[in-house]
Design a binder for this molecule. Structure first.
Ligand code: FCA
Length: 330
């Protein structure tokens, strides 16, 4: 008998605590984090730090892949249906900005854009939407000058050297980076006629591989190659193309941007043409943007319209493990 009462008490305590749990989950602030390329380690890292922000502050992050416009807009409906109050987004296309803003307004969702800034119907940045991103032009310039430094160390004759610039002009941050890089090459005396622009169809390794291949075929006289691109994958595709064309690592220099997406490459036993990468701050991008939305919806603190994040550190085979560890990325 006593045992029965005891188990009834235990059961009801458990039921109440389960109900409290449900209530707590329903009360929890929910924030979406949408990324255009969930397969890229860069975005996976942003997600990881968004989760950390949520864990540190007792709210929930709903991580959603948004590879195209249709899925982006559908994701906003599902966020609202799930009780989210705002979201961070790296849009699959900056020109979706006006439709994302209109939909978010209708659903009463707050927005912070990360990495790729919204562009309005007038072709100008939508400066009203809070945005966190880097100084892409400065990072590009750094890529170019580091490439020239390394070519100098190797004693390359510039007349025998070609530079493949993997471009993706429809994305402003990509344009800023690659044009900055080219500026540095020219400023350091690289011959203009040896710079070849390779328009990438997609922002991934196959996209830069295909475009770089065409340049290698068109310029068979070059002995050495510099590989430029807006991020790690844009450079890695170019490196793979030089390998396919028979170039050895000592004759190729590529420096990526992101740093997150070259770990496997730098861990390879044999040295490749990928000399290194400019490590950005995906931890800050993920954590800070998530907190901006959280503080906005939970405390009414409006984020600034523009938050620049400027750090870019060269990582190479020598220091990448240490640098990534320092930033909690490894
Ligand atoms: C863009 C690129 C990403 C990353 C980010 C900072 O979104 O596609 O790889 O470089 O900017």
């Amino acid at each position: 008998m006593r045992k029965n009462i005891l188990s009834a008490v235990i059961a009801s305590v458990m039921a109440v605590s389960a109900m409290m749990h449900v209530a707590e989950a329903a009360d929890k602030v929910k924030i979406g984090f949408l990324v255009k390329q969930p397969e890229e380690p860069w975005f996976q890292t942003e997600w990881r730090f968004a989760d950390k922000a949520a864990k540190d502050n007792g709210f929930e992050v709903l991580k959603i892949a948004a590879p195209d416009g249709e899925r982006t807009l559908a994701a906003l409906d599902s966020l609202a249906a799930n009780g989210a109050q705002g979201f961070v987004i790296c849009t699959p296309d900056p020109r979706l900005g006006p439709s994302i803003v209109a939909k978010a307004k209708a659903l009463n969702l707050k927005i912070v854009a990360v990495d790729d800034r919204f562009v309005g119907s007038d072709g100008k940045f939508m400066e009203d939407v809070p945005y966190l991103g880097m100084d892409a032009h400065a990072v590009g310039q750094k890529q170019g000058s580091l490439l020239m430094d390394e070519a100098g160390k190797r004693g390359w004759k510039l007349a025998e050297t070609g530079a493949i610039v993997n471009t993706f002009e429809e994305l402003d941050t990509a344009h800023q980076r690659t044009s900055g890089s080219v500026e540095s090459l020219l400023a350091a005396g690289f011959p203009k006629e040896n710079i070849y622009f390779a328009a990438n169809r997609t922002t991934d390794i196959p996209g830069s591989f295909d475009a770089s291949n065409i340049m290698l075929t068109q310029h068979p006289d070059k002995k050495n190659w510099l590989i430029i691109g807006m991020n790690d994958n844009a450079v890695l595709g170019g490196i793979r193309a030089t390998e396919g064309a028979g170039f050895k690592a000592p004759n190729v220099i590529g420096i990526g941007i992101n740093g997150t997406d070259v770990v496997a490459e730098l861990e390879k036993k044999d040295v490749t043409g990928l000399y290194g990468s400019l490590l950005l701050s995906p931890n800050v991008h993920g954590y800070k943007t998530t907190m901006m939305v959280y503080d906005w919806v939970a405390k009414g603190i409006e984020p600034p319209k523009f938050t620049p994040v400027s750090e870019a550190t060269l990582i190479t085979r020598e220091n990448f493990k240490q640098k990534l560890k320092e930033m909690g990325l490894m």
